[in-house]
Write a new protein. Structure first.
Length: 133
C-alpha cells in the first residue's frame, strides 16, 4: 500500500466557506481563464477524487484513460495546473492546493483583477478599444 503524505504540508486545503470543495474564486479570480480545457478537466477530476488533504494518486495511465488524453496532453495539463499554483505533483502523488487569499500572489502567471460586478456596455466597448471612446 502506498503511504500518502502532503507534498506541501503548509498548504493543506480546507473546505471553502460556501458549501462545496469547488471554490467559486476559480471563476471570480479568473483562474479558469488561464487553464486549458485539458487542465480544467484534470483539475475537476482531481478535486473530485482527492481526500480531505487534497491528495490523490491516480497513475498517468489511469488519468489518460479516464480523461481521454495522450501522455503529452496530460503532461501539459499538469504543468498548466502546477504553474497556476493549483496543484503540486510528485509522481505518483497529486495534491490539490488551496487558492491564495490574494489572487495577485498567483504563481507563474500575471494575476487579473477579480470580477467585481457587471460592466456597462459602453465601458466594455471602451476597454475593448484600449480606453478610447
Amino acid at each position: 500500500m502506498l503511504h500518502k503524505y502532503p507534498i506541501c504540508p503548509q498548504r493543506i486545503r480546507k473546505v471553502p466557506k460556501q458549501f462545496s470543495w469547488v471554490d467559486h474564486r476559480l471563476v471570480r479570480d479568473r483562474y479558469l481563464e488561464s487553464c486549458s480545457h485539458e487542465a480544467a478537466a484534470l483539475y475537476l477530476f482531481l478535486i473530485t477524487v482527492a481526500n480531505s488533504q487534497g491528495l490523490s494518486y491516480y497513475s498517468d495511465v489511469s488519468l489518460m484513460k479516464r480523461l481521454a488524453m495522450d501522455a503529452v496532453t496530460l503532461q501539459d495539463a499538469r504543468h498548466n495546473l502546477i504553474t497556476l499554483g493549483l496543484v503540486a505533483y510528485e509522481k505518483p502523488l497529486y495534491q490539490v492546493l488551496p487558492l491564495p487569499e490574494d489572487p495577485s500572489t498567483r504563481f507563474g502567471t500575471e494575476a487579473r483583477a477579480p470580477m467585481d460586478g457587471p460592466l456597462a456596455i459602453g465601458e466594455l466597448f471602451k476597454q475593448m478599444m484600449g480606453g478610447q471612446s
